[in-house]
Design a protein around this ligand. Sequence first.
Ligand SMILES: [Zn+2]
Ligand SMILES: [Zn+2]
Length: 326
Amino acid sequence: MAGTLLHSENPMPRSESKGQEKDILKLIPPPKVPPTLTSRRIGIHTSTAGGVETAAERAYRLGCNTFQVFSSSPRQWRPFPLAPGQCATMRELRAKYDLRPLVIHANYLINVAGVNAEFHRKSIEAFHAEVERGLALGAEYVVLHPGSWRGGSREEGLQRAAEAIGEASQGLDLAGGGLTILIENTAGAEFSLGGSFEQVAELVERLRAIIPVAACIDTCHTHVAGYELATAEGYEETMRKLDATVGLKNVPVWHCNDAKAECGSKLDRHENIGQGTIGTRAFRLLLNDPRTAHAAFIAETPIDEPLDDQRNVNALKSVVKDPARP
Ligand SMILES: [Zn+2]
Ligand SMILES: [Zn+2]
């Protein structure tokens, strides 16, 4: 079987499919004054059409101060070559616009927990290349889904995932490059690892001696996996569970997505902020929670209509309660 897609949404603009232009670079000119920012780091998964470094300009025009990209095609094994000039431009633009952290989302085909030997080998090689590109681009984080243990047991899957990530990182100086691997929680469908905070915590624990590692928590995955986020009590209880397992200090990146499906449905469909089953309240609580002050918040919301990306960034920024500035 070819790759198990653990992520079903497509956060990339599909300009061709509907005949509508959705690329922010073509929709709005460079702003004359820098966009208004909040005290929180807020961004969105950004298109790399035209080269990975072009995402920095898009993120700036969208009003972000952090962003996420794919460093190569997310659904192909063969990576696009990354030229030194592209890496230099990325670093220059990030410095110019104060865009940090840079988060790279690993290829969706990678399954480090899988039982198929050939596919597992390809996954290790592909993840090695993800880390290599992350270091070349000067990224702070590479986010990885822990994979699917279909065909084996969950315990074996966890073991295989930990070994594979360790092997993929061999010979690469992550600590020296300031790069941390983030294990993302998942919607918890059938054989996918990471549907519970305990599983994420366990994988992070196993990797801690080998590489710089922490967690990325996705609000949509959390909610559909069965952790209530829609109510204030649910939010507190979910945060308590997360803190008791992974630890809130070990979550430097949040994926902020509303959900199309119900809590506990295990159905991973991202919705625009405030328009799904989670609702605006949870994002307001999360983005004003002193326990998450160190984290970056990145939307991976669909772009169905032009400027949906900008609207979602603004929706996240609008809930941050900052004291009035002079
Ligand atoms: Zn998802
Ligand atoms: Zn996510």
